[in-house]
Ligand binder design. Sequence first.
Ligand SMILES: C[S@@+](CC[C@H](N)C(=O)[O-])C[C@H]1O[C@@H](n2cnc3c(N)ncnc32)[C@H](O)[C@@H]1O
Length: 385
Amino acid sequence: MGGKGATAYTFGRRQVNRNVVPFRPSPSDRSCRRKAPAYRPAPRFGCQSRGGPATIHSTVLRRNAFHRELKWIKSVGLSDAPPSYSTWRGAMFLGDGLEILKRLPQECIDLVITSPPFALNRQKEYGNEPVEQYIDWFMPFCTEIHRVLRPTGSFVLDIGGTWVPGGPVRSVYHFDLAVRLAEQFCLAQEIYWHNPARLPTPAEWVTIRRIRLKDAVNMVWWFSKTPWPKADNRRVLRPYGKSMKRLLQYGSKVAKRPSGHEISTKFQRDNGGAIPGNLLEIANTESNSVYLRRCRSRDIPAHPARYPERLVEFFVKFLTDEGDLIVDPFAGSNVTGAVCERLSRRWISVEIKKQYVEGSILRFEDAPQTQRATAAGRKRRNAKR
Ligand SMILES: C[S@@+](CC[C@H](N)C(=O)[O-])C[C@H]1O[C@@H](n2cnc3c(N)ncnc32)[C@H](O)[C@@H]1O
């Protein structure tokens, strides 16, 4: 099949021929319209048995109890803290993030990624600490985070800036916080999250008097416990730009940049993508997601300050491996848990407001999952065939 040299392999019970290019009609070719094959999502979780992925679609959400797969929850001292809900990768707790952090044993967490309430002038409905008290309020969380992080662990903190009330002047509270944190942690890198969809506020300075620019960047402080946190930028490569693609295709002469750097032939190697810079452009424009639609249909208020999944996904892939344990002590609508679930990381999330916890469950409802293929399960399924 497929001519000389074709390699056929099995995927599940289907024979696949690697050398056969899948049929893709060109949009202009109306004569070759064929019914697209039914979309079958690839299994994302669990191990693969020899005969292919063992997939059992089931709802794995458990309310007010731990999923039976969460045996590790005992080892992190939380087995007697009833969760609001759990899945087979993690658990969401309704309560104070600081209390949950205090219960965790030392050096058991690979990544803390979070976005706490910022010290904004305009109060959010979940409450914000004023600038003057912000550092004192936040430092106890950071001390606990430092204690629970593994030596290879990271603490990724998304924090927005604010204005000094009454004037066109910026507060430096989030820089002060970084300086305080650097006494305990290593600053692995400062990352700028550019959200081009931000509204041009405060209107007085930005759109009326036109004397300031739109504040469209959040600082994302990446702290680590040691100078050597686990990280691999090969997992977050970006597609090459046009000029790099041209360079790879046609090559170029060895040349010097104005900075003095020599662009040697080494730069002509295809490494599978470009290494991202520390400016992440991610528009926060979610408006019709499953989470929002479900919130609307059940009359549950959606969380007003969610960070985008892509931001969390970037750091989870960059800084952790499958199976690693990730904590979000200010989880809100639990974007962190949902991303970890999808990327096969274990997670612990905490949120203090019941209404947000209730909304966050909607991210996990009826999510099809792949269960681990146990010997007993395989035997049962084979018997049914
Ligand atoms: C900026 S929001 C986080 C939003 C979240 N990243 C998301 O994408 O949905 C901060 C959240 O921290 C919660 N919060 C404030 N103090 C807390 C505490 N001590 N423990 C746990 N959660 C807290 C707030 O209720 C709010 O939902």
